[in-house]
Design a protein around this ligand. Structure first.
Ligand SMILES: [Zn+2]
Length: 542
């Protein structure tokens, strides 16, 4: 009884504290900044902590760091992760369950790309294939901000193809990503490039690309032992695995034939493009006066070199280490720019990632850890065998689905296969992975990952409405390294809030990727739709 009373009195005093907190005038940030580093796995910033002096240093020392942040869906592909960050909803709700998924059209499951849209094209390129966010089924923070005040603006810029599109579903938005060495958008968003974008593309970018830099290692000599050794037999094209990387060595033939193309590709492969995206964001802040007016604006920046080079060299490679050292400096300059233009207390920033990354299979094997690379033949044999077991039956028939699942489960690299009915039954929680799979599944959209044919890029399992879980450590041979699984290595991500009212600290509670946007919106005083899956996780008096 006494104990109860004490608890009650504590909660009353907390209520009083909260009420008194409310009566004070809260200073709201004028700019929300979402900084997403594609594919940055949890722990890498800590591993290289000693080397950071600028941007990451500030975020690590002065930010509120969540040390147990997770992606809560099974299909840890970039598109699903970015839309989850932006909307605060699981893929099951926002609809981007995979980069390509099986939609039911005329009683047949058909593989559909998550952004392709034949009614649009890339602005300035009338013959190009179009993209739009029309298949995103939930509102995102960019929309919450601009719906809250008609003066508010949002800008999303990204290095990787369509990366920024995943952050904004609204027409008339400013959304640009690097494509062929220029920052472009879809006709869905605009019918004319603003002058500042045109100027950046026509006058600034050509100078950056004209003299392609030799990509040299800038990691200080004494810290190089923190990553894997620079040279590893399984990296990249297996030939150019060592610094310095140069366009002459790696794109020499194309450089002779088509120098402009070679230089644009090189730009897209190297850290220069991420650094340029940050400069492009600064130009946007200046031109659109983001965070400098009497309202709240939103800015999303998506950097993609860590992802691209983790696919090619692995997350523990010297190449990814060097990218992080360069980003430390570039993000430091960007934060200085924000401090100067917007003011230290006038913005709030979240650094996070859309997914993590496994170690390269061969690296794990060298360390006597279990890892297995599924070769093309093994995958095609798997699909042929399970197809044979259900020959002649229609795609949506239950008999076929059961036969396919039964046949698939016999393979030693398959841990489990979840049927359409298991995935549809939200009350079924016998398996710790099942709820993560359910977050990646909709009755009308079945993901393709993590296992698909390398010949036709489809899967009879997804077509049957089911989802496969491979054994931990198993990877299909699409790249040197691939994410997309349900396991911790793909689901653990960094999460740091910084700026405005944020006090430095470490929070060890479980945090979730769906909480990023609701938290940023809460801090900025922007209403979050009531049915959003995520919630605010930063205490007002943090
Ligand atoms: Zn990604």
């Amino acid at each position: 009884m006494i104990k109860k009373f004490i608890i009650l009195s504590i909660s009353i005093s907390l209520v009083i504290l909260n009420l008194s907190g409310c009566s004070q005038k809260v200073k709201r940030p004028k700019l929300i900044v979402q900084l997403s580093i594609d594919g940055l796995k949890a722990g890498l910033l800590e591993r290289y902590d000693k080397v950071f002096k600028y941007g990451f240093r500030k975020l690590l020392d002065e930010g509120l760091k969540f040390t147990n942040a997770n992606v809560d869906h099974a299909v840890t592909v970039s598109q699903a992760g970015h839309v989850t960050i932006a909307t605060g909803d699981h893929p099951a709700k926002h609809g981007i369950v995979d980069a390509a998924f099986y939609s039911t059209i005329n009683n047949e499951r058909v593989l559909v790309d998550c952004v392709q849209d034949s009614t649009e094209h890339i602005l300035g390129y009338p013959k190009s294939k179009g993209v739009s966010p029309r298949q995103i089924l939930a509102s995102s923070i960019a929309g919450w901000v601009t719906d809250n005040d008609s003066k508010s603006k949002s800008l999303a810029v990204g290095t990787g193809y369509i990366s920024s599109l995943l952050y904004s579903y609204k027409k008339n938005s400013d959304v640009y990503w690097n494509m062929g060495g220029k920052y472009l958008t879809s006709t869905y968003y605009k019918n004319k490039y603003p002058l500042w974008v045109q100027d950046f593309n026509d006058n600034i970018l050509p100078k950056i690309k004209e003299n392609p830099e030799v990509w040299a290692n800038t990691v200080p000599e004494k810290y190089r032992g923190l990553s894997r050794p620079d040279t590893a037999f399984y990296e990249g094209d297996k030939i150019h695995t060592t610094f310095p990387h140069s366009i002459n060595d790696e794109l020499g033939d194309l450089l002779k034939k088509s120098p402009e193309r070679a230089k644009s590709i090189w730009f897209g492969w190297t850290p220069t493009s991420d650094i340029t995206t940050l400069k492009f964001a600064e130009t946007g802040i200046d031109s659109m006066k983001l965070g400098q007016r009497n309202t709240t604006d939103y800015l999303a920046i998506i950097l993609s070199q860590v992802d691209g080079n983790s696919h090619y060299y692995g997350p523990m490679s010297m190449e990814v280490f060097d990218i992080l050292v360069r980003l430390d400096k570039a993000i430091g300059e960007f934060i200085n720019y924000l401090d100067e233009k917007v003011g230290r207390d006038n913005y709030v920033l979240a650094l996070t990632a859309d997914h993590g990354f496994p170690e390269v299979v061969e690296y794990k094997q060298q360390q006597n850890k279990f890892a297995r690379r599924l070769k093309k033949d093994e995958i095609e044999n798997f699909f042929n065998t399970i197809e044979k077991s259900a020959k002649g039956l229609s795609d949506l028939s239950e008999e076929r689905n059961n036969l396919i699942i039964k046949a698939a489960k016999k393979f030693d690299f398959i841990a489990d296969v979840y049927s359409y009915s298991e995935l549809s039954d939200k009350n079924n929680s016998t398996d710790k992975y099942l709820s993560l799979y359910q977050n990646s599944f909709r009755k009308d959209r079945v993901p393709r990952l993590p296992l698909f044919s390398l010949e036709n890029f489809g899967t009879p399992i997804g077509k049957a409405g089911a989802m496969v879980r491979m054994e931990e450590g198993v990877m299909i041979n699409v790249d040197v390294d691939t994410h997309g699984s349900v396991y911790d290595y793909d689901r653990k991500i960094p999460l740091i809030f910084y700026g405005s009212s944020i006090k430095p600290g470490i929070n060890k509670n479980e945090a979730h990727i769906i909480d990023v946007s609701p938290t940023l919106a809460h801090i900025a005083g922007v209403p979050v739709p009531g049915d959003t899956d995520g919630k605010n996780i930063v205490d007002d008096n943090n």
